[in-house]
Design a protein around this ligand. Structure first.
Ligand code: FE
Length: 185
């Protein structure tokens, strides 16, 4: 293993074949699709990297894939951010950390968003703290990475399409490399 980018690609290839918690795509497909939608939206490279890795926390713990069904919040956004902060730029880390609060936020400001959530995602919402209060919403909007987090969340929710043809993980090597902290290169 030469560097952290190789390690991350390896994690996806080794552990990304589990289904994405009750959805019809694997973890790898889900990450690649989220990154694909970020690219289509002309997102920054940091944000494309964040989209790809937003659920890496799911691949770094040993809880069963259906933990939500058993009433367990695996706090994957925190696990992911804790890992990424060692190697990646702040925008990457913050977008990953905030993608769950962004879901709670969107449920408050966009009732159609809530209705469109998959049943799995509605179930995990309760474990994640439910729909935001107005006070939480106001605080969230003040966050420096609020817009990035909401954008990432929308790609995340789109990224559940069975058999969608998208670029493979290797095409993200340079994007991941440029999103690294300088001392991680
Ligand atoms: Fe996700």
């Amino acid at each position: 293993m030469n560097n952290i980018v190789d390690f991350i690609i390896d994690v996806f290839l080794k552990k990304g074949h589990e289904l994405y918690g009750g959805e019809a795509v694997t973890q790898l497909e889900h990450g690649l699709q989220a990154a694909h939608f970020a690219k289509e939206s002309n997102a920054s490279e940091n944000l494309i990297a964040a989209a790809l890795m937003h659920d890496i926390g799911h691949l770094l713990h040993d809880l069963p894939d259906d933990a939500t069904n058993n009433g367990i919040d695996d706090v994957h956004e925190a696990l992911g951010a804790e890992f990424l902060i060692q190697y990646f730029k702040e925008e990457v880390v913050e977008a990953v950390k905030l993608h769950v609060p962004a879901k709670r936020y969107l449920c408050l400001v966009d009732p159609e968003y809530y209705e469109a959530l998959s049943s799995v995602s509605k179930a995990s919402l309760i474990l994640q703290g439910g729909i935001m209060s107005m006070e939480e919403k106001n605080n969230f909007e003040l966050n420096e990475y609020f817009k990035e987090a909401v954008a990432l969340r929308r790609w995340d929710d789109q990224a559940k399409i069975p058999n969608l043809k998208v670029d493979d993980i290797y095409t993200y090597r340079s994007i991941l490399e440029q999103s690294l902290l300088k001392n991680s290169l």
